[in-house]
Design a protein. Structure first.
Length: 272
């Protein structure tokens, strides 16, 4: 009899926990499942089972706090309903085949720490609404088909530590607003169609360790002010349209400093 009662109690507790997951969050997950052909995922969901059992979904205190479906054969598009996962802290949909545009509703996920949509086939522009993600530490949108300019609103992400937008079709100048990202450790804009000068404002990124700007259409010289970046150990600016070709330096602070201090290859620009 005790065994039966214990089993019934466990079932009731389980049912109560499932019931406490908001219908809005569950509907958002179902919308993602439907729009990315969930039945064809490598690891699919049994929709008759509790959300807590679904692959890649992390639930804490009856709230969906993480969604990790990288390398899981997602195809199709992302629905606007994804913005209803308002407690989400980490979102990783990398290494899939998701197409269409990046939903502007992602800007509603104010608790997000990491946003990783790399290695998909997203197109269109980067939503300026991503600048509302004030808790974001990592933004990885590389290896897609994104176009247009880099939103200046990304300069508002004052907790950002890694910004990876490489291997897209981004155009325009590198926004000077990126110089406000004082916690940034990695800035990778490699393999785009960016033009103009390397902003002197990047010398304000005192925590920067990696600056990767190769394979664009940048012009001019390397700002000598970058010598202020004492933690910089990787500098890649080759294959641009600059005054000369620069050799890439990887994981070597001394060689980075030598490259920056070579006066023939650098210049000083006064700010407006």
């Amino acid at each position: 009899m005790k065994t039966i009662k214990l089993t019934l109690l466990c079932l009731l507790v389980s049912a109560f926990a499932v019931a406490n997951i908001s219908s809005l969050e569950k509907e958002a997950l179902l919308a993602i499942y439907s729009s990315t052909q969930g039945e064809q995922w490598t690891n699919t969901w049994d929709l008759s089972e509790p959300v807590t059992t679904w692959y890649g979904v992390t639930v804490e205190n009856d709230k969906v706090v993480a969604l990790d479906l990288q390398l899981n054969n997602l195809t199709g598009t992302l629905p606007q309903e994804i913005g209803n996962l308002k407690y989400l802290q980490n979102l990783n949909l990398g290494f899939n085949k998701i197409a269409g545009t990046i939903p502007a509703s992602l800007g509603l996920l104010s608790n997000l720490n990491t946003l990783e949509l790399f290695l998909n086939t997203f197109e269109g522009t980067i939503p300026s609404e991503l600048g509302d993600l004030k808790n974001l530490k990592k933004l990885a949108l590389y290896s897609n088909s994104l176009s247009g300019s880099i939103p200046t609103s990304l300069g508002l992400l004052n907790k950002l530590e890694s910004l990876e937008l490489g291997s897209n079709f981004l155009t325009g100048d590198i926004p000077v607003e990126l110089g406000r990202l004082i916690l940034l450790k990695k800035l990778s804009l490699i393999d785009n169609k960016l033009h103009g000068y390397i902003p002197t404002e990047l010398s304000d990124l005192k925590q920067l360790e990696e600056l990767i700007l190769s394979e664009n259409k940048l012009v001019g010289h390397l700002p000598i002010q970058l010598n202020n970046l004492s933690k910089l150990n990787t500098l890649m600016i080759s294959d641009n349209m600059m005054a000369r070709e620069y050799v890439s330096v990887i994981d070597n602070k001394v060689d980075v400093k030598k490259a920056i201090l070579n006066i023939e290859d650098t210049y000083v620009v006064e700010r407006d």
